[in-house]
Design a binder for this molecule. Structure first.
Ligand SMILES: [Fe+2]
Length: 307
């Protein structure tokens, strides 16, 4: 069993690094922490909320915009060798990071592998924390990078990878999409059935409803495409707004996500929700991807979200 603690970072290629940096800082409200060659590192974590501050939570590099890698943090860094063996035994190729590769990921150690769909994952041991306070250029109210939507070419197979090989638990299903939790947060990874791999959307938690609504008007004023919301997900109780970023990546701000506390783990049962639009947003905001997914024969989620 691979005992994961949390999602740690994303590494993503971008076609235009300079404009992506500008978007990440001026629109999303991340802090540019470092630039190294053709890569940029961004921070997002408020210590008072997370209890720690990751050295970075998003790394963008000049390259293929479909090249996405998920960093995951282990509960016990001493497990790393055993994790490599578990993955290899299950037929997943494993690469132990070189010193140079570890430095580029701000960690003492890591191993690289893939989920069964082929999504690139990196499991880090003793990743670096920062003693410097997160100080963004735009006050979007961000508390921290919190979860991702991840495309899967076979949701049932990949659910087994995350829940049997790893310690993820299913919090709920929306149609064929499982919401997977690694700690108390209702979901850190949500799988979206598709014919492609990579990141479906990137979530940052914000402090409260005011931040969601302030950003909604800010995004509209800056001609940023709103994809879904403002609204509230009944599944996780989170209030959210989704919007389109560079390279057609979808970003989300949300607040108020449900937690499943340790004392609830033994009795918690995941719930199955249908893909009806009121299960995506109880306030009535509509996302065409929900409607399209409900009609698709295999509940495939379109790669390109259109409202
Ligand atoms: Fe989300």
């Amino acid at each position: 069993m691979i005992n994961l603690h949390d999602i740690r970072y994303l590494r993503m290629g971008t076609a235009d690094l300079e404009s992506s940096i500008k978007y990440a800082t001026d629109i999303i409200g991340l802090q540019l922490a470092a630039r190294e060659g053709k890569a940029a590192y961004f921070r997002s974590d408020k210590v008072a909320v997370r209890g720690d501050t990751r050295d970075f939570s998003l790394m963008l590099f000049e390259g293929d915009p479909t090249d996405h890698t998920i960093g995951l943090d282990l509960r016990d860094p001493d497990d790393l060798d055993a994790v490599g063996a578990v993955l290899e035994d299950a037929g997943h190729k494993v690469h132990f990071g070189t010193r140079e590769e570890c430095d580029a990921r701000r960690t003492k150690h890591f191993i690289a592998s893939h989920d069964p769909s082929g999504n690139k994952i990196e499991i880090v041991a003793r990743p670096y924390h920062s003693g410097v306070r997160y100080f963004p250029g735009r006050d979007a109210g961000i508390d921290g990078f919190s979860h991702i939507g991840l495309f899967t070419t076979d949701a049932e197979r990949d659910t087994k990878f995350w829940t049997k090989l790893c310690n993820a638990r299913i919090s709920d299903w929306l149609g064929g999409s499982p919401f997977l939790r690694l700690n108390t947060v209702h979901h850190s990874i949500v799988l979206f059935p598709s014919n492609r791999t990579g990141i479906h959307h990137i979530n940052h938690q914000v402090e409260d409803l005011d931040d969601v609504m302030k950003s909604y008007y800010f995004l509209k004023a800056n001609n940023i495409r709103i994809i879904h919301g403002p609204g509230r997900h009944p599944i996780s109780t989170a209030i959210m707004v989704y919007f389109e970023g560079p390279d057609k990546v979808t970003y989300e701000y949300s607040c108020g996500v449900k937690h499943v506390m340790p004392e609830e783990e033994a009795t918690y049962r995941p719930r199955q929700f249908t893909l009806d639009s009121y299960n995506a947003c109880m306030w009535g905001s509509r996302a065409a991807e929900i409607a399209a997914a409900a009609k698709a024969p295999q509940q495939e989620w379109p790669a390109r979200v259109v409202v």
